[in-house]
Design a protein around this ligand. Structure first.
Ligand code: ATP
Length: 363
């Protein structure tokens, strides 16, 4: 009897439900065909639209569904016109990140041969690296609580041993898995500003200590400013990068830009027990309800979920299906025949998702 995995599904706001529907449909079909696993989906209402309707942005029951689930699939939450009485935005995904201590923000950056990118890639070069952004502390530590007086403003950057050690263990494990899967050279780069800030020298020391445990991988350091330059000049050189929250926030948008836009950028927020898989983009209210949103970032996030579950539960069938789903998206995007508007095409959300579905069913 195949293992059953419960997936909490947050369809969210704006384009969220439009991209969630076809993504879950693809996963459901893969699960129906698979002999090694079964997925069971559990809808979890939350977000700005839910708040507008009910006065609750994140019902306790939805948090319970998330905590109980084996993995969480989330589209995007928040709407600019729906806010709490104090004017702040509704973002249950951040509550989830904190409640479940999801310290590792995983942002793969992939550009396959034929895929449109603002870079002029040399013949035969492809981009395939992973940026890991610490997601619970760093310069976001005082988020919303910074001290501001008439003449001064202060925010605190926090780096803790506890989270950093977990982050680096996770990072080296990921690099090791990539190397074993033939996707990376086994090189891990710590991105910091250790030449200026003592906090980053502390960060780097803990990185070096973890690197010492992995003689089969190579480890080096890069300053964040130089990394931004190299991401444009020689992005094919990178394998796995790990960095602080704010640096990661900025570099991951640069990574999304290299891929051709937010509509192609997947992500995962991962902790020791739980993980949330969601596209890097927001709820895109400007195009919501039109059926034109690009579903690829969401589908790639779903592929990451299969891969993570497969590795965690030693389930080769899920790992294989994760790769199959990712490759199907990469092929459809590189061929360029069925692209949504944000990538210069004319296809709608359902047509783009159908192209992936078709590819997966024949893989
Ligand atoms: P947030 O702050 O919630 O992350 P944001 O303000 O950065 O959101 P997004 O909602 O990500 O903004 O949208 C930014 C731009 O990218 C918008 O013009 C939006 O239409 C476009 N966009 C975002 N996601 C997609 C998508 N999946 N398909 C097509 N266009 C998208």
């Amino acid at each position: 009897m195949a293992d059953t995995f419960e997936i909490a599904v947050f369809a969210g706001d704006g384009i969220g439900p439009e991209i969630t529907g076809p993504s879950v449909e693809i996963l459901r079909e893969m699960s129906d065909r698979a002999s090694g696993y079964t997925l069971a989906f559990n809808d979890a209402p939350a977000g700005a639209a839910h708040y507008a309707q009910t006065g609750e942005s994140f019902p306790t029951q939805s948090m319970e569904i998330a905590k109980k689930a084996d993995a969480i699939l989330l589209s995007a939450m928040g709407l600019p016109e729906v806010r709490y009485p104090d004017g702040t935005e509704i973002s249950p995904q951040i509550d989830l990140r904190k409640a479940l201590t999801l310290f590792a923000g995983v942002r793969p950056v992939t550009v396959r041969s034929g895929q449109r990118t603002p870079l002029n890639l040399p013949e035969g070069k492809e981009i395939d690296f992973v940026l890991i952004r610490e997601s619970t502390e760093g310069l976001f530590h005082t988020q919303g609580k910074g001290e501001v007086s008439e003449n001064e403003a202060r925010e605190t950057l926090l780096i803790t041993r506890d989270i950093s050690e977990k982050l680096f263990q996770f990072t080296f494990q990921l690099a090791s898995n990539r190397k074993a899967a033939g996707r990376g050279s086994g090189r891990v780069t710590c991105v910091d500003k250790a030449n200026v800030f003592r906090a980053f020298a502390f960060f780097r020391d803990m990185f070096d200590a973890e690197a010492g445990q992995h003689p089969n991988l190579s480890a080096d350091h890069a300053y964040v400013d130089a990394t931004a330059l190299w991401m444009v000049q020689k992005p094919w050189d990178f394998d796995v990068l790990v960095t602080e929250n704010m640096f990661g926030d900025i570099l991951s948008d640069l990574g999304a830009g290299l891929m051709g836009g937010l509509g192609l950028a997947p992500s995962a927020d991962i902790g020791l027990e739980h993980a949330v898989f969601q596209p890097c983009h927001g709820s895109a209210p400007d195009i919501a309800g039109q059926g034109v949103a690009n579903p690829m970032a969401m589908i790639l996030s779903a592929a990451m979920m299969l891969d993570w579950l497969g590795i965690k539960h030693d389930n080769p069938s899920m790992i294989a299906d994760g790769a199959k789903l990712r490759e199907a998206v990469e092929q459809v995007v590189a061929e360029g025949l069925v692209l949504t508007r944000d990538l210069g095409g004319t296809a709608g959300t359902l047509e783009a998702a159908a192209a992936v579905r078709e590819r997966v069913s024949h893989a």
